[in-house]
Design a binder for this molecule. Structure first.
Ligand SMILES: [Zn+2]
Length: 210
């Protein structure tokens, strides 16, 4: 299950405010909520009591982001996510994407506009790989684990079958495994999808470069 983070970890915009942030997760996590009893309630799907009562669930998305040095969670409506997704698609993926997000309006008139700050990449796959390495490192550091050693352990003791995968896929599976293994820093519950044909160079040495 998705972890609920303290509300101070959520990105909040004042009306008219712009915030520059970097997405640090390969994919946004989708979920659905109901508004009931004056609060948002997670839709649990087939057995959801709010659906059973005739309530309409709204699609929401969350993504881990960096604002300066702070790691936060950006939770957004589906409309905002669609804009973000379109930009990510053009810029080679969610991970590492640097955007300026501006809020206009209040209440139901609230809108978010997103402008990419990242230059159009020459090599989107490489940029995304580097961002993924950074994210894997961060997950490890949050638990005082050596990323390089942990990655080796992952490939030898935990999931040797992953060795036959392309390097980029190995890294994605490693992140997925870290998030499962250390669930208090996990955000996503969605399986990662990748483009395994996009290789990264020298995965054994990649954690040394930080
Ligand atoms: Zn529901």
């Amino acid at each position: 299950m998705t972890q609920q983070l303290p509300s101070s970890n959520w990105v909040k915009w004042q009306e008219g405010e712009s915030i520059d942030l970097t997405i640090i997760t390969p994919q946004a996590t989708g979920f659905a909520i109901h508004w009931a009893n004056n609060q948002s309630q997670r839709c649990t799907g087939p057995n959801c009591p709010f659906c059973a009562a005739g309530g309409q669930a709204k699609q929401r998305w969350s993504a881990k982001v960096k604002i300066g040095e702070a790691t936060k969670t950006w939770e957004m409506a589906n409309l905002t996510y669609q804009s973000l997704y379109a930009i990510a698609d053009a810029y080679g993926g969610m991970m590492g994407l640097n955007v300026r997000v501006k809020r206009t309006g209040l209440g139901r008139a609230t809108r978010y506009t997103i402008v990419p700050l990242t230059p159009m990449p020459e090599n989107p796959a490489k940029r995304e790989s580097q961002a993924m390495i950074g994210y894997a490192r961060e997950l490890c550091e949050a638990h005082a684990i050596q990323p390089k050693d942990e990655f080796k352990r992952f490939l030898t003791d935990e999931h040797p079958e992953v060795r036959s995968q392309p390097q980029r896929r190995q890294l994605q599976l490693f992140i997925e495994w870290l998030e499962t293994e250390y669930p208090d820093v996990a955000l996503g519950e969605e399986p990662l999808e990748g483009t395994p044909e996009d290789e990264i160079v020298d995965i054994d040495g990649m954690f040394d470069n930080f």
